[in-house]
Ligand binder design. Structure first.
Ligand SMILES: Nc1ncnc2c1ncn2[C@@H]1O[C@H](COP(=O)(O)OP(=O)(O)OP(=O)(O)O)[C@@H](O)[C@H]1O
Ligand SMILES: [Mg+2]
Length: 314
């Protein structure tokens, strides 16, 4: 199946001369949840805004369902829903009027049942007759989401959907996104929360300084770049590493009560059994042993700092 969204060699130079996007290639399959992760100013909003027709590209190609987004902008507009990073709402309107109107704007026939379902899913039904200006920030964000869904888009962009929202809304959001995916909606979201990308996405892209550093299946990404850490909880505290263990990169933690060994999860020769044998030979007693996969956060920090360092060298 051809990708629903295809971006190639996309660049954006703002009037200031700043290259907000620098040759981005990305393909999104229908029905996937793609999370775009990156520090402030990386170009996430610029990328989304170009696809949504709010910002014009400098060069490159963007096609939605096989059609160029500028030439086929009418088609693109109906197929796309956007929840922007900045809240913009019609303060004096009621919730239900705003959401209903939004559907009409896209030329869709009225569908009160669909609007009701959206408002119920977002816990907004009780507030449907309230004026938007009387709602809390989190509720306003829910209204933005409801507006973006009102015309039943095939591709939904969520730009920092859970920035500054409480745990309950975040959970609602995640459930909503999963529900939409089950109905075949493609979802592209940006986030600063690594746990959010890890929790929700099928695929993760990392962007820094306008360059897409990688876009990879979540599981592959974790495996490919993932390290594992082995922690031994010691019976007796250790003040310094015995010479006999110098072959392993070990660190002493928790005031000497833990010994940590970090190794490549894919390296069959990582030497864990040998390490444990050596530890036993030296008579170092341990109460417990745990291994954990390094998190996406470790991967992210490593990649972004590596890209910043290589920039500093050039
Ligand atoms: N309208 C504009 N005019 C000039 N420069 C802009 C404009 N909009 C964004 N930029 C710049 O382009 C770069 C990318 O901005 P963008 O908003 O896409 O980043 P972002 O990844 O969404 O960041 P954040 O995580 O803070 O939302 C930044 O350096 C920003 O200052
Ligand atoms: Mg942004």
């Amino acid at each position: 199946m051809p990708p629903i969204l295809s971006i190639s060699r996309l660049t954006k130079r703002y009037a200031s001369g700043l290259a907000a996007l620098d040759g981005v290639d990305l393909e999104i399959d229908k029905g996937e949840i793609f999370a775009l992760l990156g520090p402030n100013g990386a170009g996430k909003t610029t990328l989304i805004n170009i696809v949504c027709g709010i910002v014009t590209r400098t060069s490159g190609e963007v096609t939605l369902d096989g059609q160029d987004i500028e030439r086929g902008f009418r088609m693109a507009r109906t197929k796309i829903g956007l929840v922007p990073q900045e809240l913009t709402t019609d303060a004096f309107e009621t919730v239900i009027a705003t959401v209903t109107f939004s559907r009409g704007l896209f030329g869709r026939p009225p569908a009160p049942a669909i609007i009701e379902k959206i408002l119920r899913d977002l816990s907004l039904w009780e507030k449907r007759n309230d004026k938007i200006m009387t709602l809390s920030g989190g509720m306003k964000r829910r209204v933005m989401i409801a507006k973006a869904l009102a015309h039943e888009p095939e591709v939904l962009f969520l730009d920092e959907p859970t920035a500054g929202v409480d745990v309950a809304l975040r959970r609602d959001m995640w459930n909503l996104v999963r529900g939409l995916r089950e109905r075949g909606v493609t979802i592209i979201l940006t986030t600063h929360y690594i746990e959010e990308a890890q929790e929700m996405a099928d695929r993760i892209g990392i962007i820094s300084k306008g360059k897409l550093l990688l876009a990879e299946d979540k599981a592959t990404l974790m495996k490919k770049l993932g390290k594992r850490a082995l922690t031994l909880s010691l019976q007796e505290p250790m003040s310094e590493l015995p010479e006999a263990l110098s072959a392993w990169p070990l660190t002493i933690k928790s005031g000497g009560y833990e010994l940590e060994y970090t190794y490549d999860a894919n390296d069959g020769q990582a030497g864990v059994p040998a390490l444990l044998r050596r530890v036993a030979e030296l008579g170092i007693g341990f109460r417990d042993l745990a291994t954990r996969q390094s998190s996406l956060e470790d991967i992210f920090v490593n990649l972004v700092s590596a890209s910043t360092e290589s920039e500093a060298r050039t």
